[in-house]
Design a protein around this ligand. Structure first.
Ligand SMILES: Nc1nc2c(ncn2[C@@H]2O[C@H](COP(=O)(O)OP(=O)(O)OP(=O)(O)O)[C@@H](O)[C@H]2O)c(=O)[nH]1
Length: 891
């Protein structure tokens, strides 16, 4: 290498040597400096260079000094050099970045320090040039990382703003291109069958690279399994730093070549344990994915996955929030609209929140109620229990309670409620508040009470009914065992009540029953029980009386008060009662038996003429036993044929002929060995189950006998007595129809049914209906014992009976009792007025007969004419009948 020639002169050779040594030293230093040193003149000619310049530019010293600056540094065109020189002259020194071309053509970046100096009037520039390609590469790397971090930051910011992957994925691709410096980026998701990755979003230049591309996942052909599929299947990042040489990219090389891709990377996006997408980026340079870039990209992909998780979480949170909101709304609506009172109460016993139902229930506004404590409106009697339960909840011993309690409403009314309360506690177990449900049971309770009342009280009189009476009696008897008093069971049955019903109607009868019940109640003490037993029967239980006379005194008072006239609906009614009493401990101590005994005593009171008080005793018991026994015997008698019909003729005194007969029952009691008259047993039969059985038997017997007589040529009519219960029984008409059908040969009106005037009363229309039906079968009717009942005239007129029979009690005494006579006269007149025949019963003498004839009654029956006789005697008697009253037969 040529050296710069230095010319100098010195006298002292040692000094010269010293100087030369210094020069050599300096030259050595210049040649070994890291920077190139180039001395260049104003025209850009290279005048001198150090060894570093030759080394770094690849030229020899001699070559370089033949060159100008523009030859090695393309930046320094002559113009550029000229402008630089001017500036340099001004500033003396300048630094700038440029580049140099190596002899082999490669260009590398340089840093240039230009130093201007003048030497001996000539301008020079000593340029120090440093190869900065390593620094530049490092800087580029830093820049790349900075870009990547920028992209990462942008993505992270986007994630914060984004809500769904639909928006995030395109943005990620865009940022990867715009900030991270990739040429193209795309994200693919697995197909529905998860057998291929389908590009979903993409950004950058050359996106048509993807057109028609899908990346099979299931292929067994290793060649087809590129970075995308591998990344997805194996959930790992894959980097291809040289697209052209990497065997993984073989199938796509041609395409990549077209677009200039030199390197690429794929990243699985993993949520939980599942790869949900793959992201791919492409660069036009090789080795784009150095370690730091890979770290950032990896982080970016993890952030995306995190974002997806966040989206899902956010979605789930929103869903939960929505559902919470909906539930809250639901519960709010439930709270607001519930028919049940709902509230929360604090540990200081104040209402915190109350619903409209509770406000309405208690009569307070929401504002009023929430300012109060539940204690303020709790019924005093329920306060202690409520407080006790509440304290147990506060102390943690109890979590919930339910009980029935009463509240005071704002208007002072009491409401009955069922309260259910449940504690809501904080995590440390302290009571936060209580959730309270309040059910208004007032109506229910009222209904319950009404129901209970109905079960135990008679709806008409409001007196205890039979059920409560039984209870009270049991109670009284239990008490009696512990004391020395008496319990009197009194059975009160009104006399002739049915007639009141029949005469004035059922409604008035009801009023009377209520009034009687009240009078009995008022006559008794509060300790006594007055019950309606049924119908017109009342029972009084008298407790604590010391003896029978005291009890009798009270009963007489009851009897007297019932006997006082009642004024009901403008009618003055007079009624009496028959009372049967039994006393415990004199009698047994079984409630049911006591009631039966009192009933039996009452029955005897009735039997002995009504309006009486009868104490049960052995005698009554005996009588009752007698009745039961007789009924049993009668049933046997019927089966054994001991019952027989006797026949008493009825005659027309005017015409002197027999018009018919009345069948009367007799009992040949084989056990007693005597004939028992009906007066002895019929009263016992009345009201028993045997009454209808016996009546039916009589009808059948009578018809059989009638038919027999008709067969014998006796054209007679035969009457039988029909007891009221039989006439009223539902099967009566059918019974008559069927029995009459057995004897079609009988002429009409051969069978006559005698009914008591009272039997026809009651449901008059129904009875008339029945009578009409029976008349259709050829039966006629007469009214028996007329005068003893109280039938109203209009009733009488409507009854389709053809004969009225005047009761024998009037006939018997009419000859010397003007009152009876006038009754008889009245009845005869009435019968005439109603165009009915009239027959006198109990005609015992000719004088009776004459008197009756005088009064216009020609039909008669009685001992004076004939006693009842067995059927066999009838034909003979008829044959011998000479008329009545006959002088000859006068007794
Ligand atoms: N108005 C009314 N009548 C009733 C009621 N319950 C039953 N009865 C009638 O009360 C009457 C009671 O029958 P009885 O005791 O045999 O009639 P009674 O006329 O008093 O006869 P004795 O007791 O023999 O004097 C029957 O006619 C029933 O129809 C009711 O609640 N209201």
């Amino acid at each position: 290498m040529s050296k710069v020639q230095l010319y100098c002169s010195s006298r002292d050779i040692s000094e010269r040597r010293q100087f030369e040594a210094t020069l050599r030293f300096k030259q050595f230093g210049i040649d070994h400096a890291a920077e190139q040193m180039l001395w260049i003149d104003r025209q850009g000619r290279i005048l001198d260079v150090n060894e570093s310049a030759c080394r770094q530019l690849g030229y020899s010293y001699s070559e370089l000094v033949q060159m100008s600056v523009g030859d090695s540094d393309p930046f320094f065109t002559p113009d550029q050099w000229g402008r630089l020189w001017e500036k340099l002259k001004v500033h003396g020194t300048m630094s700038l970045e440029s580049s140099q071309r190596h002899r082999n053509g490669s260009i590398y970046p340089t840093e240039v320090l230009a130093n201007y100096f003048e030497y001996e009037g000539v301008e020079y520039n000593c340029m120090l040039v440093r190869d900065i390609s390593r620094r530049k590469a490092y800087e580029q790397r830093i820049q790349r990382l900075t870009d990547l971090y920028h992209a990462l930051s942008e993505i992270n910011q986007a994630i914060v703003r984004m809500e769904t992957k639909d928006k995030l994925f395109p943005l990620v691709c865009k940022l990867a291109v715009e900030f991270a410096g990739f040429e193209m980026a795309w994200i693919g998701v697995p197909s529905e069958q998860r057998d291929a990755i389908i590009p979903e979003v993409f950004y950058g230049t050359g996106t048509d690279y993807l057109t028609g591309l899908s990346f099979p996942l299931m292929t067994t052909d290793a060649e087809q399994l590129g970075p995308i599929a591998l990344s997805f299947r194996e959930a790992r990042n894959i980097f291809v730093n040289d697209f052209m040489s990497d065997p993984l990219t073989t199938p796509w090389k041609a395409r990549a070549q077209m677009y200039g891709w030199r390197s690429g990377a794929t990243f699985p996006i993993i949520q939980g344990d599942t790869v949900v997408a793959v992201m791919a980026v492409y660069a036009v340079t090789t080795d784009a994915f150095h370690e730091e870039a890979v770290t950032v990209l990896d982080e970016m992909v993890r952030d995306i996955a995190f974002a997806l998780d966040t989206f899902d979480r956010e979605l789930a949170r929103k869903k939960a929030e929505q559902s919470l909101y909906e539930r809250e709304q639901h519960f709010r609506a439930y709270f607001e609209r519930s028919m049940v009172g709902m509230a929360t109460t604090a540990s200081d016993r104040r209402w915190i929140e109350v619903n409209p139902a509770l406000c309405e229930m208690l009569g307070y506004s929401n504002a009023e109620l929430t300012g109060m404590s539940w204690e303020d409106i709790t019924h005093t009697e329920d306060l202690a229990l409520n407080r006790q339960l509440f304290e147990r909840v506060v102390s943690g011993k109890l979590d919930e309670y339910e009980f029935d309690k009463r509240f005071f409403k704002k208007n002072g009314d009491i409401i009955y409620t069922h309260v259910a309360a449940r504690a809501v506690r904080n995590p440390s177990g302290m009571l936060d508040y209580l959730v309270v449900l309040v059910d208004d049971l007032t109506l229910l309770r009222k209904q319950q009470m009404e129901l209970e009342h109905r079960v135990y009280y008679d709806t008409l009189t409001n007196l205890p009914n039979r059920a409560l009476l039984t209870d009270r009696l049991e109670h009284a008897l239990a008490q009696l065992k512990r004391s020395n008093g008496l319990v009197a069971v009194c059975f009160i049955d009104l006399d002739g009540f049915k007639q009141v019903n029949d005469t004035y109607g059922h409604a008035l009868g009801d009023h009377l029953l209520v009034a009687v019940g009240k009078r009995i109640h008022d006559a008794c003490r509060t300790t006594d029980t007055v019950a309606r037993f049924g119908g017109d029967e009342f029972v009084v239980i008298i407790e604590g009386n010391s003896d029978q006379s005291e009890c009798l005194f009270l009963l007489q008072r009851i009897q007297e008060t019932i006997g006082q006239p009642f004024q009901i609906e403008g009618h003055w009614l007079k009624i009496s009662a028959s009372i049967g009493v039994t006393l415990c401990p004199d009698d047994v101590s079984d409630g049911e038996v006591l009631l039966r005994h009192a009933d039996q005593a009452m029955y005897l009171a009735k039997q002995s003429g009504r309006d009486r008080i009868y104490f049960f005793d052995a005698q009554s018991e005996h009588l009752m036993r007698h009745r039961t026994h007789t009924l049993e015997r009668l049933e046997q008698a019927l089966a054994l044929g001991e019952l027989q019909l006797y026949y008493q003729p009825k005659v027309d005194m005017l015409q002197g002929r027999v018009i018919g007969l009345e069948a009367l029952i007799r009992w040949h009691d084989s056990m007693q060995g005597r004939l028992v008259l009906p007066g002895e047993f019929i009263p016992l039969v009345e009201g028993s189950h045997f009454e209808i059985v016996l009546s039916e038997w009589v009808v059948r017997q009578a018809l059989c006998q009638l038919s027999e007589w008709h067969r014998m040529g006796l054209d007679l009519s035969l009457s039988v007595n029909i007891p009221a219960p039989h006439l009223r029984s539902p099967g009566f008409v059918d019974f008559i129809r069927l029995e009459m059908a057995v004897y079609p040969q009988l002429p009409p009106r051969a069978l006559e049914l005698e009914i008591l005037e009272t039997a026809a009363l009651g449901d008059l229309d129904a009875v008339i209906q029945k009578m009409m039906h029976c008349m259709d079968f050829g039966v006629s009717f007469s009214i028996d014992d007329f005068g003893t009942g109280y039938a109203s005239l209009s009733y009488l007129r409507r009854l389709p009976a053809s004969i009225i029979k005047i009761d024998q009690v009037f006939i018997r005494d009419m000859l010397h009792d003007p009152e009876d006579l006038s009754i008889v006269q009245g009845v005869i007149g009435l019968a005439l007025a109603f165009h009915k025949a009239v027959l006198a019963e109990g005609v015992e003498t000719i004088a009776h007969g004459r008197k009756l004839l005088d009064m216009g009654c020609s039909l008669a029956q009685g001992f004076g004419i004939a006693r009842p006789m067995p059927a066999a005697e009838v034909p003979g008697w008829i044959r011998n009948f000479k008329g009545f009253p006959e002088e000859s037969s006068q007794q």
